[in-house]
Design a binder for this molecule. Structure first.
Ligand code: NCD
Ligand code: ZN
Length: 368
């Protein structure tokens, strides 16, 4: 993505660019982006949420944490078919599937899924760390042979990076995970590609920056917009609750710096995680923020505030595919400066869901 001359209201020479008027940027045209971390669920809700992701993104890494986790090649293939069936006509969207790792995962099954083009990555959920992680890994040592095989075949490991010890303060669980699990893992298996998913701390950003090229991270829109105070603004705010939980302001600032730095180690992963409004507004509300409907508008707002619109295409459309070794998307998309109002609620094929930024105005409109 390149800046055009100040007076240019046409595409820049390479076909992509930042449209500018004499006083400000009014349009951004860039390669179609990808979402490197999304939850699409299943059944009726799947049909309701897929169009939002497919509208904005060319591809998405689909998380496997269904109630019956996607841990085999056959299950992933069938789930992929259900997702593809939910993509509206005329949208060009490819779901990229992940294997849910358990203590009993067979390295041969993961390798076969990769060889057959079904698995793009495998996901490590520490058992009981988050929604749908009950079947996750209890000790990383239990999947050692799987990780060694992944290192050999070049299949990326996607990590939910939180310790599950309830004796560790919830706001410290990511930083402790780096010390206790991730740093030793990266040291022991230096050839393993690792994506530290939805990072939320300055420690995580520093760890990724200081690691070799095999270590990267996704960053969500919510962790760029909110700090932990948002969960308690005038009362308990369940729609601001996700895992890993938002941290102090200094961490949000560190994430904004990382995302807008231009470093190829940081890329877009929404962690869009829809839950029915009743499951969020409850005595024990579910973790997860549904940000898919206005994901690009949300992210670009941050890049604009940081004076880093020229770094947006890298973060959204180039760094992730480079890390995964996939080609960039051919098509382009455009965002224009224009006020939009995010609805208070969205009907996902019969399930009411409160989206991120509900009831707020955003200053960009996605044109497709
Ligand atoms: C995710 C979900 O609901 O599936 N929730 C969340 O808060 N992010 C799971 C996850 O990614 O941790
Ligand atoms: Zn997630």
């Amino acid at each position: 993505m390149a800046f055009g001359p100040l007076w240019d209201d046409k595409l820049s020479m390479d076909g992509y660019g930042v449209f500018m008027t004499s006083d400000s940027i009014t349009r951004l045209t860039f390669r179609r982006p990808d979402d490197w971390h999304v939850h699409l669920r299943d059944g009726a809700v799947l049909t309701g949420v897929v169009p939002y992701t497919a509208r904005q993104f060319g591809r998405a890494i689909v998380m496997p944490n269904l109630p019956d986790p996607i841990s085999t090649v056959d299950a992933a293939r069938a789930y992929r078919d259900r997702i593809v069936a939910a993509v509206p006509e005329g949208l060009n969207f490819t779901p990229l599937m992940t294997a849910y790792l358990t203590d009993g995962t067979d390295p041969d099954e993961v390798a076969r899924g990769a060889a057959e083009g079904v698995f793009t990555a495998a996901k490590l959920y520490p058992a009981h760390a988050t929604t749908g992680s009950a079947h996750g890994v209890t000790e990383v040592a239990n999947i050692r042979s799987v990780l060694e095989r992944m290192e050999v075949i070049g299949l990326p490991l996607l990590v939910h990076g939180e310790v599950t010890d309830t004796g560790v303060d919830i706001f410290d669980r990511e930083a402790v995970f780096i010390e206790q699990v991730l740093a030793p893992l990266v040291r022991d298996l230096p050839g393993l590609k690792v994506v530290f998913e939805h990072i939320t701390t300055a420690e995580a950003a520093a760890f990724v920056t200081g690691s070799g090229p095999n270590v990267a991270a996704t960053i969500t829109p919510q962790h760029l917009h909110i700090n932990r105070n948002a969960m308690f603004a005038g009362g308990i705010r369940p729609h601001m609750y996700c895992l890993p939980v938002a941290k102090r302001e200094k961490h949000r600032q560190a994430l904004r710096k990382a995302a807008t730095s231009g470093s190829p180690k940081f890329f877009l992963g929404t962690d869009s995680a829809p839950h029915a409004v009743g499951a969020k507004e409850a005595a024990c509300g579910c973790a997860g923020i549904f940000n898919a409907p206005f994901a690009l508008e949300s992210y670009v707002t941050v890049f604009e505030e940081e004076g880093a619109l020229d770094k947006f295409e890298g973060f959204a459309s180039l760094h992730g595919s480079a890390f995964y070794g996939l080609p960039v998307n051919e098509a382009t998309v455009t965002l224009e400066k224009n006020v939009i109002l995010v609805p208070a609620q969205i009907d996902a094929n019969g399930t009411p869901i409160v989206p991120f930024h509900a009831g707020e105005e955003l200053g960009w409109r996605y044109l497709g």
